[in-house]
Design a protein around this ligand. Structure first.
Ligand code: ADP
Ligand code: MG
Length: 500
């Protein structure tokens, strides 16, 4: 059976045009040139849908809807409006017009709306309720969505962190207020620019690489990646930042949002702590090294004194020269290592180009210790991987980690225990382990191990900075560190480096 559509309009041309469109499309069309006539038809035939002009002489389309609501509320009414007057459109929705269409009426549009109206007409009462319920829900959701967007934008603009959203082609899509204040200028608003406008030229290559890696991760689900990077602010100053990036999709588009936190201050503090640890390390071995230097000097001076005696024979002179030379060499080695370990470098940044060799780092540390009394009574067992182990990191800092671990092991064994040091390759990664048979650590100590100033040693002996330094340097180069310790049995530290 063809659906029955009633068209009400006081303009004959419109009536004819619509009737032609609908007649061709398998609808049975009824025509009325006034609302009154339309109502008469509705009362006397089974009409499925009404299409009515909103502005007519006498009764209006709105009046018609009110009448339909009271008498035959099941019939959907589609209104046609001549001028896009929002008040009447709103009114139409308020009085439950099924939909409204603007003149000039497009054929596809009217057919589309009509199809929906017919479907609605044949819904059961319960489904109609669902239909209205759904509309209400959509309205609520839209409102909630607007509220959340508002809340979101307020939060974004209040936080001191910089939040930057980037498209997969590296173009900056949006920024929050902090970002605008720190990175943008009037000449360079940065939105729409390539993300590399924020990179200091010397880090451009590595930052592009980091971004490339994040973008090319296969997961589409929201994912957090963090890294430490250096960015250029709008005053041309480099700032150290911690950045967390998440990747997510909205519709068909992928976005990357980075939350960037300025950590320059934290890094400065860390550096100060590291410096003071270095000083205390040097202090702790200075006296024994002094002793060592004195021994060498005593030997040199003693032999030279003998050699400069007028009656000294040639062989004694040769011996004095030999002794002076070998002791001089020993002293030069010692000072070299001391300087390497104690050298103060400006900045505490990990350069991507930092690389060194693990076995030689270990050798230098051991050489310094050999000269001091600290490990003299320890049973030191060193087993080095036979070939060289190039790693990412800088020699002084890696040396500092190793020496801190060895010193802790010595302390834990009261300077008399066994300390086994082993460098090796595991799963392609260079590693070193330092193991002692000392007092070990309780869970309580393990929990606080890396906290700055945490020490169980008496005042004047422990600074509580050693393990903190180990953690900070490890972070710098992505060194993985692990500890395995049992009270009364011993402790084993393992470090796993990135291959260079
Ligand atoms: P410090 O050595 O100045 O006390 P550290 O940060 O180097 O500071 O170490 C913190 C604490 O961790 C030490 O006081 C000690 O209690 C514990 N510790 C570290 N290494 C070992 C170890 N090899 N064996 C037992 N305890 C250890
Ligand atoms: Mg220590």
């Amino acid at each position: 059976m063809k659906p029955k559509v009633l068209i009400i309009d006081d303009e004959e041309t419109i009536l004819n045009a619509l009737s032609r469109i609908l007649g061709r499309s398998m609808y049975e069309v009824y025509l009325a040139s006034s609302p009154e006539k339309g109502m008469h038809i509705i009362q006397n035939s089974v009409i499925d849908v009404v299409i009515s002009d909103i502005m007519m002489e006498g009764l209006s389309g709105i009046d018609l809807i009110k009448w339909v609501n009271q008498n035959t509320p099941d019939i959907p009414v589609i209104l046609i409006t001549g001028n896009p007057d929002l008040t009447t459109a709103k009114e139409a929705v308020q009085y439950k017009a099924f939909d409204y269409i603007q003149k000039p009426v497009e054929r596809t549009k009217i057919l589309e709306v009509l199809k929906k109206a017919i479907e609605f007409r044949h819904l059961t009462e319960k489904n109609k309720q669902n239909f209205y319920e759904t509309i209400r829900r959509v309205e609520n959701l839209t409102k909630r969505n607007q509220d959340l967007n508002y809340q979101n934008s307020i939060i974004l603009d209040t936080t001191v962190d910089c939040v930057i959203t980037v498209r997969p082609n590296s173009e900056i899509f949006s920024i929050n207020r902090s970002t605008r204040e720190r990175f943008a200028t009037v000449d360079m608003p940065i939105v729409g620019e390539h993300i590399s406008v924020l990179y200091p030229p010397k880090y451009e290559k590595i930052l592009n690489r980091i971004f490339y890696i994040i973008i090319n991760q296969n997961t589409i689900s929201p994912r957090r990646n963090s890294a430490e990077i250096v960015l250029l602010d709008n005053k041309g100053k480099e700032i150290s930042c911690d950045v967390s990036i998440c990747k997510y999709r909205i519709g068909d588009e992928t976005f990357y949002t980075g939350i960037i936190r300025d950590i320059s201050e934290r890094k400065m503090l860390t550096q100060k702590l590291i410096e003071s640890e270095k000083i205390s390390f040097l202090n702790s071995i200075a006296s024994s090294i002094g002793h060592e230097i004195n021994n060498s000097l005593t030997a040199i001076m003693g032999f030279i004194e003998l050699a400069i005696q007028p009656n000294a024979d040639l062989s004694l002179k040769d011996k004095a020269i030999g002794i002076a030379y070998s002791q001089g060499q020993k002293l030069r080695n010692l000072t070299y290592n001391l300087l390497t370990l104690g050298k103060s470098k400006e900045g505490w940044d990990a350069s991507p180009d930092d690389r060194t060799e693990l076995n030689s780092c270990l050798d230098e540390v051991l050489e310094v210790f050999e000269k001091s009394n600290r490990l003299k009574r320890c049973d030191l067992q060193v087993q080095k991987h036979p070939s060289s182990l190039p790693i990412q990191g800088n020699k002084e800092k890696i040396g500092l980690i190793i020496s801190n671990l060895i010193l802790n092991s010595a302390d834990a064994t009261n300077n008399t225990g066994r300390i086994s040091i082993h460098s090796y390759i595991d799963k392609g990664e260079p590693c070193i382990s330092i193991e002692d048979n000392g007092m070990g650590m309780s869970q309580e100590v393990l929990d606080k191990l890396y906290e700055p100033y945490f020490t169980t040693k008496p005042v004047g002996k422990g600074t509580g900075l050693g393990m903190f330094v180990v953690r900070e340097i490890s972070r710098l180069y992505g060194i993985k560190y692990a500890v395995d310790s049992k009270p009364g049995v011993g402790t084993k530290f393992t470090l796993r480096f990135h291959k260079a």
